[in-house]
Design a protein around this ligand. Structure first.
Ligand SMILES: NC(=O)c1ccc[n+]([C@@H]2O[C@H](COP(=O)([O-])OP(=O)(O)OC[C@H]3O[C@@H](n4cnc5c(N)ncnc54)[C@H](O)[C@@H]3O)[C@@H](O)[C@H]2O)c1
Ligand SMILES: O[C@H]1[C@H](O)[C@@H](O)[C@H](O)[C@@H](O)[C@H]1O
Length: 339
């Protein structure tokens, strides 16, 4: 039961994203407070909990979710740890905001879909935060308005300054391009049916053996074509851009995230360093929307079906990446529960 002090949230995983969400829940979002933090690195969780009144540190997600003061769960551990935390939360009928990817493969995603359907109500929002970004929301509204006609193509660019140690070719798709998969499905309102991955000669700035950048082509159910440039080590900042080419016009977002400054014979803008900076407002709106919906007893936003669909497309992408050629996306029929 939510107390008068707001929704008591357990944050699982207190690394880069988890710590940022803890700050957001404590300082930005209204109607919630962090009552538990969980990390297998005990010191990391403890040092966060020590700075928050009424917050307990745990090393086991199950122990935190059993606590009396936990009403909801935000999962920000690495993707492979999500399934266990999701199943535990669903078993306790707790609302969840789960960072992307919901789970790293379709088998585990299907187990989560089944657990939620067994519970009989939607309880999980998946952290595809671009849906809460102002530019993306404007693009979506414009496409939905019909003013520009049908979308024929979508060009997307996703550039990171660099990637953390251990980041693999596969993760360029399953972790990074999963955002473009969700953005494509959401913006165009249809499924992605096939994926083809191309690999140019890699940049010398990527770790040896890594194929970076890559160019990925999605085909959609209505015959639209979508290209995604994923570049993990572009070396100059964080850039996410999209352009929809429609029958009666084109629309482009992400070119100027900051103000354009003119001074002493030059003009230019600012390129964010990373996603924390570029998508700060989107994360704020995403988490606020989750807290508000949860307090109303509802679950909104990207669903476990969207999480499963993203895994299915990424799985096809990883296969194309490994073996070359075009790979069709295999998906189970959408359960009526998610219509
Ligand atoms: N939406 C976005 O734009 C965005 C951005 C970055 C990361 N993410 C996602 O957020 C999640 C975390 O990413 P990150 O960059 O913060 O990673 P990170 O490595 O910085 O942090 C992960 C933390 O989880 C802890 N951990 C590992 N296994 C655990 C377990 N079983 N239970 C509890 N804690 C565990 C680790 O000790 C670490 O502190 C990933 O799913 C990632 O894909 C999303
Ligand atoms: O986990 C991160 C995160 O999802 C970012 O939003 C994305 O830009 C990165 O490429 C990815 O590695």
């Amino acid at each position: 039961m939510t107390s008068q002090r707001g929704l008591g949230v357990a944050v699982i995983g207190t690394g880069k994203m988890g710590a940022d969400h803890v700050r957001r829940l404590q300082e930005v979002v209204s109607g919630a407070r962090v009552t538990a933090v969980v990390d297998i690195e005990a010191d990391r969780a403890k040092s966060l909990a020590d700075g928050i009144d009424g917050c307990t540190a745990y090393t086991e997600p199950a122990a935190a979710l059993a606590a009396q003061d936990v009403d909801a769960v935000l999962i920000a551990s690495p993707g492979p740890a999500h399934e266990a935390a999701l199943i535990e939360a669903l078993g306790r009928d707790l609302p969840v905001l789960c960072e992307k990817p919901m789970t790293p493969d379709t088998d585990s995603a299907l187990r989560v879909l089944e657990a939620e359907q067994r519970l009989g109500r939607r309880r999980v929002q998946v952290g595809f935060m671009r849906r809460y970004d102002t530019d993306y929301a404007k693009l979506k509204r414009l496409l939905d308005s019909g003013e520009l006609g049908r979308a024929l193509m979508l060009h997307q660019r996703h550039r990171n300054l660099d990637m953390p140690p251990g980041f693999t070719d596969e993760m360029l798709i399953s972790s990074s391009v999963s955002h473009e998969v969700d953005a494509t499905r959401w913006l165009l309102g249809q499924e992605i049916t096939a994926v083809t991955v191309h690999k140019p000669t890699p940049t010398s700035h990527a770790p040896t053996g890594m194929n970076d950048p890559q160019l990925i082509l999605f085909e959609t159910a209505s015959g639209a074509l979508v290209d995604v440039e994923i570049f993990g080590h572009c070396g100059y900042g964080y850039q996410v851009q999209a352009e929809a080419v429609c029958e009666r016009g084109t629309v482009r977002i992400g070119d100027e995230p900051g103000p354009r400054v003119s001074a002493a014979g030059r003009w230019g803008g600012h390129i964010p360093a990373d996603y924390i900076e570029r998508f700060e407002d989107a994360y704020d709106r995403e988490v606020q929307a989750w807290v508000d919906a949860t307090r109303r007893g509802e679950t909104t936003g990207p669903s476990t079906w969207d999480g499963y669909a993203a895994s299915a497309v990424c799985e096809a992408g990883v296969l194309s990446q490994r073996e070359g050629g075009r790979v069709e996306v295999g998906m189970v029929e959408r359960p009526r529960f998610y219509e």
